[in-house]
Ligand binder design. Structure first.
Ligand SMILES: *Cc1c(COP(=O)(O)O)cnc(C)c1O
Length: 380
């Protein structure tokens, strides 16, 4: 009899479904938030020395939570809700160097969910303040490599959900489209003289943005190539140049948002065409120079992107090639007034940006890449 009942021969009361009610409301809230937001600009600054080269910067600093992590946080929330892991009252935990936690705290607040960010002590005060303003709780660890285990443990203890950006960034984003950053960039390039960029240049934190761009380039059958740029203290570059996924770097990255102690699961080397590594002084110099040219401050990783873009522009100009180059403004410089924009902080870190600044300024004005800072790439 029991077997028959289970096989559905007898009518049985159907189970209630209270969670779906919450997740339906959550989806409506997220859709409403999306509708109120506009796409970000693709800005085209003019650099007089860069003959034949058009530079485009996708300005992700204008999202409501101030960085490209707004897209990622939204995707991670949708992923968790649609997988049935995020429910009413679920405590959310994240390992973050700051920007992701700011964006996730915003979405947790929208959905009235408790949120804990596990972050290194070195995270900028502005980001910590933003997380707290959105009602999030900050939990600090000493070494950046500790964030993963601590976040997993706190989530388990609370019976909650570890959002785990470093694992899920590459798969939570729809790589074929759905207005991901790549689809948006290539659509915005649609009426330009060189509408298929020669190169897209991007730094790596989770590696998720680079993965989305690299996959989209293949999916849309474009000639564009992808250059990923790594910073001084990070495991990605060595991994790409033969070190494999076990590569590590114990020294914490000084460029917030990029450079990792381990090769993150969301880093997809197979879709990267070229990888370079640059000194932190070059990243910060490029950040300062670009800020001057844009009349507003950009963040450190935007400097990382821009310096690598200049290196590629210099190579193209050497052989007289023309075309467009695209990179990202990842976040604004407001968050770094007490660090990268403070000369005393730079001096205390032993970072001398002077020679690099001169090299970049001269390059942007004359197209000549030379001077003390002109041999920047760190060999593998
Ligand atoms: C996360 C982050 C990046 C890198 O993006 P990923 O998609 O995680 O590789 C660059 N800059 C800033 C400020 C970031 O927060």
């Amino acid at each position: 009899m029991t077997t028959d009942a289970r096989m559905g021969h007898d009518p049985m009361p159907l189970p209630p479904c209270p969670d779906r009610e919450w997740s339906r409301r959550a989806m409506t809230v997220l859709e409403g938030d999306g509708r109120r937001s506009a796409d970000t600009h693709l800005v085209k600054p003019i650099f007089p020395g860069l003959k034949g080269i058009s530079v485009y910067l996708k300005d992700e600093s204008t999202h409501p939570t101030g960085s490209l992590k707004h897209r990622l946080a939204r995707s991670l929330f949708l992923y968790g809700i649609c997988n049935g892991r995020i429910r009413e009252g679920t405590t959310l935990v994240e390992a973050s160097s700051g920007s992701t936690a700011v964006s996730e705290a915003y979405f947790a607040n929208l959905l009235d969910l408790p949120f804990i960010a596990v972050m290194p002590q070195t995270t900028s005060a502005q980001k910590i303040e933003a997380i707290r303003r959105f009602g999030g709780h900050c939990h600090f660890v000493d070494a950046p490599g500790e964030v993963y285990d601590t976040a997993a443990r706190l989530a388990a203890e609370a019976g909650g959900y570890y959002l785990d950006q470093f694992t899920y960034a590459e798969r939570a984003t729809d790589w074929r489209g759905n207005n991901n950053i790549a689809e948006s960039i290539f659509a915005q390039m649609g009426a330009e003289a060189h509408r298929v960029p020669r190169w897209v240049v991007m730094s790596a934190g989770t590696g998720g943005t680079a993965a989305t761009i690299g996959r989209y380039i293949r999916y849309r059958n474009l000639d564009t190539r992808l250059c990923v740029v790594d910073v001084e203290h990070s495991a990605f570059f060595d991994a790409y140049h033969g070190g494999g996924r076990g590569s590590r770097c114990e020294t914490p990255s000084r460029i917030e948002g990029v450079g990792r102690p381990r090769v993150e699961p969301s880093f997809v080397p197979e879709v990267i065409d070229h990888m370079i590594k640059i000194p932190d002084a070059a990243s910060i110099a490029a950040m300062r120079v670009l800020s001057g040219r844009l009349f507003r401050r950009v963040g450190g990783s935007t400097g990382t992107n821009f310096y690598a873009l200049c290196l590629i522009a210099a190579e193209l100009m050497k052989t007289g090639e023309e075309g467009s180059l695209v990179s990202l403004i990842c976040d604004s410089g407001e968050r770094y007034a007490a660090t990268y924009y403070d000369d005393a902080w730079l001096a205390a870190q032993g970072i001398d940006i002077g020679p690099h600044c001169e090299t970049i300024e001269r390059f942007l004005d004359t197209g000549r890449f030379e001077g003390e800072g002109s041999m920047p790439a760190i060999a593998p």
